[in-house]
Design a protein around this ligand. Structure first.
Ligand code: G6P
Length: 470
């Protein structure tokens, strides 16, 4: 059962995410749960500012008892059983939807029990929203774990304004239509007044699917369903540039950045990659390309050092475990072949770094490599750019990351092409300061102009404008 709401409190704004950052690692600079700054802090600020409530699941069962947090916004925990976690999270979310929505890079698995659990869990979230939402409240629901929630909330509470945002790509109809229960997912999303995606391509895919699969009347940015018009728009997600600049500019971050370089033997060039350990991120291919670069540099006195942070993720899912083994082996192989005493070829870690450490690494890295095969946005790329207060540094970015559209001055690569990856990293290593600065300036000013505040403002404006049914 969902948690009881103490005192029957109700709120004019409800944020709904799969998880709430109840037991995220806390530092003096806020709360983090993953390797990038992520959106936890942005969401906290939003919920506090709107005097709302944040609904989601937390891994710690004993915390499933309603509102908590001192200083943070009220959180309402949705309770899930172990079986539900297994079938909804690890099954339907991580093993069906995640690979399918990322171009089926790994083959999606389809199981009826997972699909059923997905529905049951989505209902549980909708019940929780029903309990905490005041009359006429705005509700903002997030990501692929909760795609049925908009329609389930509308069934229960036609008085609410409902927004949905998908953080990962919506694949083209040729892939999406493989999904058993595809109609149910589309209808689930159409329960919202505003459906948001990262990129215009996902908007087009969704609108086409509504026409082809459901036979609904559509236009470029809207779908008509049951006498309502659903707005469909791209809202590229972004980062809190001010917060990152503040942290990166601190003298302790500068000191830590120097220390990181010293610990690695003060290489002339420090190359870094920061990712969740996920097969969509292209980590193996990146290391292979880097190995070939090192092979060509055997006679160089002070070769570059590569720091790869690959934070463990979804460890109970077999494909993630086997990826870990492969990447471990590869990193070990590179060090065995090219490392020297006191300076490794690759410094590889699976830890989740706190954000201060990530900021220091952004500051220390001359080159940042973000080369996913497919990525909704890739906030590491934007964070790196925001961190380069001196306008130096080079970003090597996959053309298949959503952020590539906003960061065309990066060296864009096709991560499937080892030669292209190699060339890109070599060009980055050799890029002259004036060229670095020209590119970085352009990217920084774009990221600053379109930060997380701008993102929130545009989504919220559309959600507040949504016509509330009477
Ligand atoms: C992506 C998804 C998020 C998800 C995160 C971590 O960024 O868009 O919704 O929370 O990965 O994955 P996990 O399975 O650990 O929640």
């Amino acid at each position: 059962p969902a948690a009881e709401v103490p005192g029957g409190r109700r709120f004019g704004f409800v944020l709904v995410t799969n998880r709430i950052p109840v037991h995220a690692h806390t530092t003096g600079n806020g709360v983090r749960s993953t390797c990038s700054a992520g959106l936890d802090q942005v969401f906290r600020d939003l919920v506090l500012q709107r005097q709302g409530v944040w609904v989601g699941w937390s891994r710690r069962d004993e915390e499933a008892n309603g509102f908590e947090q001192t200083g943070g916004p009220p959180l309402m925990t949705v309770a899930l059983t172990g079986r539900e976690v297994e079938w909804h999270q690890e099954g339907q979310c991580s093993s069906t939807l995640w690979p399918l929505y990322h171009d089926a890079i790994e083959r999606p698995e389809f199981r009826r029990a997972w699909r059923d659990a997905y529905r049951v869990v989505n209902e549980r979230y909708a019940d929780a929203v029903d309990r905490v939402a005041a009359s006429g409240a705005a509700v903002w629901i997030h990501d692929y774990q909760l795609q049925l929630v908009p329609a389930l909330v509308r069934e229960r509470r036609p008085d609410l304004r409902i927004g949905f945002f998908l953080h990962i790509p919506l694949p083209p109809p040729e892939l999406f239509t493989q999904l058993p229960g595809r109609e149910e997912v589309l209808r689930g999303l159409l329960g919202a007044d505003v459906v948001g995606f990262q990129r215009p391509r996902s908007v087009q895919n969704f609108v086409r699917l509504c026409a082809d699969v459901l036979g609904l009347p559509v236009s470029d940015g809207s779908v008509d369903v049951g006498g309502r018009t659903v707005d469909v728009r791209a809202y590229p997600v972004s980062i809190d540039v001010g917060a990152i600049e503040g942290l990166v500019g601190q003298s302790r971050t500068r000191r830590r950045a120097q220390q990181i370089r010293a610990e690695l033997g003060n290489p002339d060039v420090l190359v870094a990659g920061i990712d969740r350990l996920d097969y969509t991120k292209g980590i193996e291919q990146r290391l292979v390309a880097y190995g070939e670069i090192l092979d060509g540099m055997r006679s160089v006195a002070n070769p570059p050092v590569f720091v790869q942070v690959a934070t463990l993720s979804r460890e109970r899912v077999a494909r993630y475990a086997s990826l870990r083994e492969r990447v471990d082996r590869l990193a070990g192989h590179l060090n065995g072949s090219y490392g020297r005493m006191g300076s490794p070829a690759v410094r590889y870690t699976n830890s989740a770094l706190d954000f201060h450490e990530v900021a220091a690494l952004y500051r220390a890295a001359d080159v940042m490599v973000a080369t996913p095969f497919r990525d909704g946005m890739n906030l590491v790329a934007k964070e790196y750019v925001a961190s380069r207060l001196d306008d130096r540094g080079v970003l090597v970015l996959s053309e298949f990351a959503g952020s590539a559209a906003e960061l065309p001055e990066a060296i864009l690569v096709n991560p499937n092409d080892t030669d292209d990856l190699k060339d890109a990293i070599l060009r980055a290593i050799a890029m002259r300061p004036a060229e670095q600065s020209r590119r970085m300036k352009a990217m920084r000013s774009r990221v600053r102009a379109h930060d997380s505040h701008a993102w929130i403002t545009s989504v919220m404006a559309d959600l507040d404008r949504a016509v509330r049914p009477v």
